[in-house]
Write a protein that binds this ligand. Sequence first.
Ligand code: DGL
Length: 275
Amino acid sequence: MEDDIQIETENNQINIGVFDSGIGGLWILKYLREKLPEYNYIFFGDQAHVPYGARTKEEIIKFSEEITKFLIDKDCQLIVVACNTASGASLKYLREKFPYIPFVGMEPAVKPAVESSDSGRIGVLATPATFEGELYSSVVERFAHDAELFESTCVGLVEQIEKGDLDSEKTLNILEKALRPMMDKNIDTIVLGCTHYPFVIPRRKEIVGEKVHVIDPTPAIVKHVGRILDESGLINEVTDQGTTEIYTSGNPAEVEAIILKLLGETIKVKKHEIN
Ligand code: DGL
């Protein structure tokens, strides 16, 4: 019975799995390693299938399940779905399929945005699959009745970020196109509903202005991971700095180059294919 499976690592240092369609989840991994450094991390980026945002729910569930199996094979005892799109499509399925694994997922931070906005005029940036999913509708229904939301899918932005291209004219045009209409509606808050976007949006003060509050959910997610580790009794018996392994279904050399560019770190990336 799957419910009875207990996963233990040899040295009692807990392994945390983190995955995303691509490099967006590395932003979350960076914070996890800063705030919870004593854990081991195994990250999987599905570069062979990025972007997930234009894919069907069935496809995203299939990829998420394969990645989860890989991370469980690597003895991960908690899994962070560091992708709004994969969380919206597959979190419910993953929790039912792997009930012995605690999952932490993402949802667009509409609730904190509504709470902190003065005007109630809020921009939300996410992928088409996230906007079409039930998770997003339920967040809007629960928290945003008194707010006015202006949504954009930032067409092409995930692909630019995957290339490590944060500053070219093409990237800036995509941002202008996505953000200008909502800036013209006098929004005072922007929700980053895709884990790729923190790499680029907060840098673009010339487009979002100094006054607009940009909500990056990463610190809240990392806190939540800490709580779930405690609640699940997943406490390391050793307090040494943990290790980090990074896998991609795409080209390891390319991912290494992007990690160096975006995070300033030289880190070995290994290949693992999923179907
Ligand atoms: N980073 C992902 C998210 O949070 C998805 C980007 C994509 O693959 O389309 O939504």
